[in-house]
Structures are given as structure tokens and as C-alpha cells.
Design a protein. Structure first.
Length: 98
């Protein structure tokens, strides 16, 4: 998990710390998947500039908002680039056929 955004959890899976790609081990939990946000969270994002959820938004909103994690135990496959997505499609097809 050292090359992924890592989270530390408190009571009821509330995220108490978030660190994007720390390069060292902080937690067994990583930031991945789908985000469900209240519309007011978008007010934290400045207009007209690049703003990364992991590096910019999440570390700020855990200070004043409640942010929770849902733990999954299934394998996670990052398909964040077209090349990785193509490899995943081949992997998925091979698993279904074989």
C-alpha cells in the first residue's frame, strides 16, 4: 500500500488521517473506489484550478467534516490508465474463458 493513498480509521470507520502516496507504510487501508459526497463538499474545491481529491481535498475535509470508509476484502485492480484498463480487460476475459 505504500504507493497508494492510505487512511487511518477511528470509531465506526471514520477516517481520522489521510496521506496520499506516503512512500512508507502507515496503514493497511488505502483510498480507492467510489466517492459519495454531499454537494457542500464541492465548495472546498477552488474554481478554475486543478484540485486532486487525494492530495488536496481529503486531507482538508477530514478536519471539519465527517468522512467514512467502507472496507472491502475483494481484490482491488487499479484501472486508472488506458493501458492498465486494456490489461484488465484481457485478464477478465481470460478468467471467464479459462
Amino acid at each position: 500500500p505504500c504507493d497508494k493513498g492510505q487512511i487511518l480509521l477511528g470509531d465506526k470507520n471514520r477516517i481520522i488521517k489521510f496521506k496520499e502516496k506516503p512512500g512508507k507504510f502507515l496503514s493497511h487501508f488505502i483510498n480507492a473506489g467510489v466517492y459519495i459526497l454531499e454537494p457542500r463538499i464541492l465548495e472546498y474545491i477552488p474554481q478554475g484550478m486543478y484540485y486532486d481529491f487525494g492530495k488536496d481535498l481529503f486531507p482538508i475535509i477530514i478536519q471539519s467534516e465527517k468522512l467514512y470508509a467502507y472496507e472491502i476484502t475483494e481484490p482491488l485492480i487499479d484501472i486508472g490508465t488506458p493501458e492498465i484498463y486494456k490489461n484488465f480487460e484481457r485478464y477478465k476475459t481470460n478468467r471467464l474463458e479459462g
